[in-house]
Design a protein around this ligand. Structure first.
Ligand SMILES: C[C@H](O)CC(=O)C(=O)O
Ligand SMILES: [Mn+2]
Length: 352
């Protein structure tokens, strides 16, 4: 078989599964330790080299704003890491939410890799956390969220800052699942132009416009060597790039992942899909996230606010997109829904 992407043949990439971190959003943080271990051992057995384990919002995520998980981050990491044969456990850390003390505790529990995540214009909030991760000897990624809200030159600038703090990989993160392949192409290309050749580039997609696979392939075409996804797409919004589908596409293109496709398919079908509280798919609201450029994590919050105030979740999401709300502004979802309900005469006062 020949494809139009002959240049991809033989390229080796590193996959990173997000089911047990981004998937926590889709499960309202209710994944048990036993479920985590079952999923993680399946990923490890299939040869996935990295898997992320934390509260959906990462270290320090347990809070009224972000919800409480069934166990502490340390308990999850320890249970999973102690059973891994080859896979490395990673964590997410948003500076301001997670602390360096929590990063050290995660390392002690067995985490060896970290995505240090900031909004795509706020890399300068991350120098201490990135430097500390490197000091601990962790595989350290700078993770630029909501990357559609910064242009290619801006992403290159932010990525270069993160590299200067010590990040070994810079990720373009399509948190809203808004990007189309050319949006990915220009941003990865711009990073490629400014970063040291030793610095890796990664892409984290959300499947809200069903572009997770196409966008990830585009990222690889432009030089990305690390791709995030999640088996069966378990993640926020319409989920992350579905990893088993992505591995199948990589095999067709001759891109080497080192992952056993059939084992991953079985894990998706037999373990992950039965775990879902709702089918993670491009439904009306998830599609709205991608269409309006809204943070995927807001999906279930907007549905809840919609039910409470009698305003369709789609309308709330469109408004959040218009206001360019970003991660950390979850409290504004209820506020926005209430304001809309008042404007529509559905409620009379703030005590509703
Ligand atoms: C905290 C977010 O879920 C991080 C992420 O995965 C994204 O921005 O996408
Ligand atoms: Mn995500």
């Amino acid at each position: 078989m020949t494809t139009s992407s002959e240049s991809l043949k033989g390229r080796r990439i590193i996959l990173h599964d997000m089911c047990l971190r981004d998937g926590m959003h889709a499960k309202r943080e209710q994944i048990s330790i036993d479920q985590m271990v079952k999923v993680a051992t399946g990923l490890d057995d299939a040869g996935v080299p990295y898997l992320q384990v934390t509260h959906g919002a990462g270290l320090g995520g347990n809070s009224l704003q972000h919800g409480f998980a069934l166990a502490t981050n340390e308990a999850y990491i320890n249970a999973v890491a102690s059973r891994m044969k080859q896979a490395k456990v990673s964590v997410l850390l948003i500076p301001g939410l997670g602390t360096m003390k929590e990063l050290e505790a995660a390392y002690d529990a067995g985490a060896r890799s970290v995505h240090v995540a900031t909004h795509c214009t706020e890399a300068d909030t991350a120098p201490q956390h990135i430097a500390y991760a490197r000091k601990l000897g962790m595989d350290t990624t700078g993770f630029l969220m909501m990357a559609h809200l910064n242009d290619a030159a801006g992403i290159a600038h932010q990525g270069k800052l993160m590299e200067s703090y010590g990040a070994q990989t810079i990720f373009v993160t399509d948190s809203a699942g808004y990007m189309l392949p050319d949006d990915v192409r220009v941003r990865i290309r711009a990073l490629q132009e400014v970063l040291d050749p030793a610095t890796e580039i990664g892409f984290h997609g959300h499947h809200n416009l069903a572009m997770g696979i196409a966008n990830s392939i585009t990222a690889i075409e432009e030089g990305a060597s690390r791709i995030d996804g999640s088996v069966a797409g378990l993640g926020a919004g319409a989920g992350n790039t579905p990893l088993e589908v992505f591995v199948a596409v990589c095999e067709r293109l001759g891109i080497e992942t080192g992952v056993d496709l059939f084992k991953l398919m079985d894990l998706a079908e037999d373990v992950i899909v039965p775990m879902m509280d709702h089918l993670v798919r491009v439904d009306r609201e998830a599609l709205t996230l991608g269409f309006a450029g809204v943070y995927s994590t807001f999906l279930l919050h907007a549905k809840k606010a919609g039910e409470r105030f009698g305003v369709p979740a789609r309308d709330i999401l469109v408004e959040l997109g218009r206001k360019k709300m970003i991660g950390g502004q979850e409290d504004m979802i209820q506020d926005t829904a209430m304001t809309m309900a008042k404007a529509r005469g559905l409620i009379k006062d703030a005590a509703a």
